[in-house]
Design a protein around this ligand. Sequence first.
Ligand SMILES: [Zn+2]
Length: 60
Amino acid sequence: MDAKCPKCSNIAFMDDQLAIIKCTHCGFKSTYDEYIGIMKEIAATLSYDYIPNNTSYNKD
Ligand SMILES: [Zn+2]
């Protein structure tokens, strides 16, 4: 199962058995519970910080 890396925004991989999220791009690794908590924090942060003319979000 794929997951979005909270650190570098690349595709991270979720180990379904161990419930571990791993990113091969930046080395991010966490448990699924930690990952969910981090993603909630990021979602909350982005809803405040997201500005349409912030080009770092538009170059993908
Ligand atoms: Zn990453």
